[in-house]
Design a protein. Structure first.
Length: 318
């Protein structure tokens, strides 16, 4: 066909299908990643042979198989695990897993499926790596950016040091919210002098995050144990061992489900940790900012923390 017009309608602009030649035999409902990076599924009522034409659907609410033993929070990001052929809230560091969509409703760890809004991404009210933030160094501590991550370094100078990043914007405590983060310890520190805290707070502090009056933190100090703590100016829940350990130089994901401020639930790599512990912010007055904070009290110990994600969603619908 010879085309003379500069543009001819190939398919309606609102079409949600992508026509391909099946690269292999496709079963009913099979999920693929398209050349444009989008997730798509075969809505054909019958299997499709390799080499046959296939119309892949790229939008809509789709119920998909879910990875066992992990929970997915309403509105959160969902990835497709190619090796297991299931949906997961955790993006593996290796392999070719791809983004699938945003969760529609909660999916408990025991659930075998989850509904996703295909290829739709969550919208964050504040994103520490996207939006303006303030950072003030004490001593020789530094903050740099490497490949999409904030890198917080405590140096070997024998002195008190602090380096942080606190979001310029804040959220009130009168609305529900969910915090999502991805962080790693590259140098954990020694001598019980280096503390790392990532989460929410009503302020930062020049020397000690423990003195912040309202906060909810993932906390690391000298060991690879992951601790959780909260303080709403009335009730302080001291740093409590999640019983999950991080791995040096390896990112882990976490989420704070703050839709009920009287009983905040915490997830590490999709697993609900310390469900019986009552972390709370219901007595807080706020407003709350996103905060990443690393400190050293004294001595020559070093520490390095990396934060690849720290963002908060504020849904009116819970």
């Amino acid at each position: 066909m010879t085309q003379t017009a500069e543009a001819v309608l190939e398919k309606d602009a609102n079409a949600n299908t992508y026509d391909i030649t099946a690269p292999e035999a496709l079963s009913v409902g099979e999920i693929l990643q398209l050349p444009n990076g989008k997730a798509a599924w075969s809505a054909s009522q019958t299997a499709i042979a390799s080499g046959d034409p296939a119309a892949m659907v790229t939008a809509g609410h789709v119920r998909v198989l879910k990875t066992a033993s992990v929970a997915i929070l309403d509105g959160g990001p969902v990835y497709w695990d190619r090796s297991a052929n299931t949906a997961t809230p955790v993006l593996a560091a290796t392999g070719a897993d791809f983004y699938a969509g945003a969760a529609v409703g909660d999916a408990a760890a025991t659930a075998t499926t989850v509904v996703i809004d295909l290829n739709v991404e969550p919208v964050y009210t504040i994103d520490l790596l996207r939006d303006p933030a303030v950072s003030i160094a004490v001593g020789d501590a530094t903050l740099t950016n490497q490949g999409g991550a904030m890198v917080f370094n405590i140096l070997a100078t024998s002195e008190a040091e602090k380096i942080d990043a606190i979001s310029y914007r804040s959220i009130p405590v009168t609305i529900p919210f969910i915090v999502e983060g991805r962080m790693a310890s590259y140098v954990i520190g020694t001598d019980n002098t280096v503390d790392m805290n990532v989460g929410l707070a009503n302020a930062t502090h020049a020397t000690s995050a423990d003195t912040i009056t309202e906060s909810l933190f993932i906390h690391l100090d000298e060991t690879l144990d992951i601790f959780i703590e909260s303080d709403d100016h009335t009730t302080e829940v001291a740093a409590t061992d999640s019983t999950v350990d991080c791995v040096d130089n390896t990112y882990f994901d976490f989420a704070f489900d703050c839709r009920d401020l009287t009983d905040i639930q915490v997830y590490i790599n999709g697993v609900n940790v310390l469900p019986a512990s009552v972390f709370k912010l219901n007595a807080a007055t706020g407003p709350l900012c996103l905060l990443a904070h690393v400190e050293k009290t004294t001595g020559t110990a070093t520490g390095e923390m990396r934060v690849a994600k720290l963002a908060v969603r504020t849904p009116d619908v819970t």
